[in-house]
Ligand binder design. Structure first.
Ligand code: HEM
Length: 506
């Protein structure tokens, strides 16, 4: 009898569950049609579309591609029962949102508890709502260190970072019959340059390793599940404690440099932190220690892994495409005459170098999505409604691979920009072909700095060394998601000193 009763209850429960899914879907479809939201897969109660997307970072894009094939270039996904995502994988729709309706789709969503801690309650440029504070902080960054004239002033920091990189490569090559692993050395070099721009001084070895490891932890701590679905507080205790510990270390590592600079008399000027110390924001208030730590950290977080990831992809492709490397080397020798290291002023005179970097960014954008945008008011996009609480994701990796724009999009072919005359405007003002830095109001303010650093460092690396594959090995271009889209099997190459004697070799 008890068994019969048990079976009966289980059947009842199953029946109730199926009915509730059916009613839920009916309700969702009705409400989606009523609200004219973009199409999308039917969500489950509580979980939304989480199961359709899966929990593997590396399989996410494959699943998303299949959903786009089924539902079209703009679709709706539910994360949990309350978070609405609008996914855009089409150049024209991105143009409509980011350029034509740029001021509408320029906002960022409120962040949840744990990210509130990291962003100092959205007092960073990338997380700030589209408004006065964002405008002041962004304008200050652009005018203080990112304008072309300001960037020139940091040559000493660049020489120190690149000098260290070349020395590290030589050192490892000498110990390993020419074989070098590059990604960490590239990251250290980029970090050193950004640190110099931020604090006006080159980091010594201990500082570099301490601050860099904190910045890496900030980068990798990324987004937790609690940003996506509501999770009871007691389950988040460990994650919150870990994040709080990283914030504490971040403060401890950066505050001495901030205070040194503040106490320097007269005000040193020139570095990013100096501009922040002199800045007043809403209501004439100066920035406090928490603001300063957050903004200095943001500067290094935003530029470090993005730039070094692209550098690694560029070198990996140059190892594979020896003919492209040879052509680039010829260009470098043509411009420098072979008797001196490439100078910063040489970079604009190297169209093939520019093409190599553009092609790397097209084929391997470090972020496959822009940071999520939200609308400042209910709006329409591609004929559908987008409510203010929707996070809009732009799938930019897919845009750079559109066969309607790019011939043989999967191939790494910098020649397309110089021999075939393909033109591309990275600001996307006229149209969108590839947008590794985003476009419109929220476009990456570091675009000029990043392009310059990547071009300059690639030129120096190719001028100093011939880059080859390790005998018996191939370069594997598989990707995996870290903070950026990185090489799953980091580049391990052979470097050989070039034969041309050069004055002033580092
Ligand atoms: C290869 C290097 C880089 C790439 C590919 C890159 C890409 C991006 C992208 C895609 C965004 C989001 C745009 C959007 O949401 O629409 C962004 C935002 C941002 N980037 Fe970069 N970035 C790079 C380097 C840098 C550097 C060197 C800095 C500064 C030193 C920087 C500072 C920022 C900031 C502050 C934001 C937030 C902008 C805002 O919300 O207004 N980035 N970047």
């Amino acid at each position: 009898m008890a068994i019969l009763f048990g079976t009966y209850s289980v059947l009842n429960l199953c029946f109730l569950f199926l009915i509730s899914i059916f009613l839920f879907r009916l309700f969702f479809r009705g409400s989606r049609q009523q609200k004219n939201l973009p199409p999308g897969p039917p969500p489950l109660p509580i979980l939304g579309n989480l199961l359709q997307l899966g929990f593997s970072k590396d399989k996410f894009e494959g699943k998303l591609n299949r959903l786009h094939e089924k539902y079209g270039p703009i679709l709706t996904l539910w994360l949990g029962s309350s978070r609405l995502l609008v996914m855009v994988a089409d150049r024209q729709v991105a143009y409509e949102a980011l350029i034509q309706k740029g001021s509408v789709f320029a906002d960022r969503a409120p962040v949840r508890e744990t990210l509130k801690l990291f962003s100092n309650n959205q007092h960073s440029i990338k997380t700030a709502a589209y408004g006065k504070l964002w405008r002041i902080l962004r304008r200050n960054l652009m005018n203080s260190v990112l304008s072309p004239s300001a960037m020139k002033a940091f040559g000493e920091g660049r020489e120190c970072g690149i000098g260290g990189l070349l020395a590290n490569l030589r050192d490892e090559a000498a110990r390993n019959a020419g074989a070098v692993r590059v990604v960490e050395k590239l990251r250290t070099a980029v970090f050193s340059i950004l640190f110099y721009m931020c604090f006006g001084t080159n980091p010594d070895e201990a500082t570099a390793s301490n601050v860099l490891s904190v910045i890496r932890d900030v980068i990798l701590s990324g987004m937790g599940l609690d940003e996506i679905i509501a999770i009871p507080g007691f389950l988040l205790r460990r994650r919150r404690a870990r994040m709080a510990e990283i914030c504490r270390r971040e403060r401890e590592a950066l505050l001495p440099f901030i205070h040194n600079r503040r106490d320097a008399s007269p005000q040193a000027g020139g570095a990013y932190v100096d501009s922040l110390l002199a800045l007043t924001v809403e209501d004439g208030r100066s920035l406090d220690d928490d603001d300063l730590v957050t903004l200095c950290s943001e500067f290094m977080v935003a530029g470090m892994d993005t730039t070094s990831t692209v550098l690694q992809w560029a070198m990996a492709n140059l190892v594979i495409r020896q003919d492209v490397q040879a052509r680039l080397y010829d260009e470098i020798i043509g411009v420098t005459g072979g008797g001196r290291p490439v100078g910063e002023e040489d970079v604009p005179r190297m169209p093939f170098l520019e093409a190599v970097v553009k092609e790397t960014l097209r084929r391997h954008p470090p972020g496959h999505f822009l940071l999520p945008h939200t609308a400042t008011r209910p709006s329409d996009l591609a004929g559908f409604n987008v409510p203010v609480d929707a996070s809009v994701y732009f799938y930019i990796a897919d845009m750079g691979m559109d066969p309607g724009v790019w011939q043989k999009p999967a191939e790494f072919r910098p020649e397309r920009f110089v021999d075939d005359g393909v033109e591309v405007d990275l600001t996307g003002t006229k149209d969108i072909k590839m947008i590794p830095f985003g476009v419109g109001r929220r476009m990456c303010p570091g675009i000029g700095l990043a392009l310059f650093h990547i071009q300059f460092i690639v030129a120096r690396l190719v001028q100093e060394f011939a880059w080859e594959c390790k005998p018996g090995e191939t370069v594997d271009l598989s990707e995996t998601t870290e903070f950026t889209m990185v090489m799953k099997y980091p580049l391990h190459a052979i470097i050989k000193e070039r034969r041309e004697p050069m004055m002033g070799r580092t």
